[in-house]
Write a protein that binds this ligand. Structure first.
Ligand code: COA
Length: 211
């Protein structure tokens, strides 16, 4: 993972009240998360570490019929890909599930792979209990800002053709379909499922790439 822009690098006095750490550092405004059900939620972005993989994999296994294995996450971390957690202190009375050693709630995470002039989104997941509260959109906005800061012009991704929530999310965020990969994903019982390839053109970052 690229730890060159850890959430903690964000100047604290530039942070809005709803966040104690943002990724990337907030040199540009992020649209605040909607958090309709819990407007008092306070969040932080942190790099994913090996020690997070128990809770990450628990969320992953609940969210997908065909989840990534721990090995996928491990390999992404080893490769140095940006892998970011969205965490929160529990609200009063909130049960933290899956449990984490730090007692915090894992709302979601993303893993991406930087390319020459694009960043490829490999995984974005919101814990089932926290979906439809704007967290995925918020993480995609953050990834877009970070990618622009790296000089990327495009975000790319593949999504299962039958994954209607994810396709709706990406369309809502401005992604357009640019291709179809036949039989790209395993779908159980020796079946395969097509992948829809989508991309989003990023506006140039103000001031050019971040070193
Ligand atoms: C897809 C996923 C990441 C969306 O996360 P989320 O935090 O619930 O999404 P958001 O609340 O940010 O939703 C943003 C927009 O996406 C669309 N959307 C999200 N979930 C949707 C659903 N279940 N049905 C229809 N549209 C949906 C809507 O347009 C939504 O805007 P709205 O709530 O104002 O209508 C989440 O459902 C998830 O983790 N699914 C399992 C893992 C997965 O499929 N990841 C994507 C792999 S390619």
């Amino acid at each position: 993972m690229s730890t060159s822009t850890p959430a903690d690098a964000a100047p604290r006095n530039a942070l809005p009240a709803w966040a104690s750490g943002l990724w990337p550092a907030p040199t540009e405004p992020l649209t605040p998360p909607r958090s309709v059900s819990h407007p008092e939620r306070r969040i932080v972005f942190e790099p994913m570490l090996e020690s997070d993989l128990d809770s990450v994999h628990a969320v992953e296994s609940q969210a997908y019929a065909h989840p990534w294995s721990r090995r996928h996450f491990h390999d992404s971390l080893k490769a140095g890909y940006p892998a970011i957690l969205l965490l929160s202190q529990p609200l009063p009375g909130e049960v933290v599930h899956p449990p984490r050693a730090d007692g915090r709630v894992l709302l979601g995470y993303l893993v991406a792979m930087p390319g020459v002039d694009e960043v490829h989104l490999l995984n974005i997941t919101v814990a089932t209990a926290h979906q439809r509260q704007g967290w995925a959109r918020f993480m995609l906005d953050a990834l877009g800002l970070w990618s622009r800061g790296q000089g990327a012009q495009w975000l790319w991704l593949e999504v299962r053709q039958g994954n209607a929530p994810a396709r709706a999310l990406y369309e809502r965020c401005g992604f357009a379909q640019v291709g179809l990969r036949k039989g790209y994903y395993p779908a159980g019982h020796f079946q395969r499922e097509d992948a829809v390839v989508m991309s989003l053109r990023l506006a140039p970052a103000a001031g050019g790439p971040t070193p």
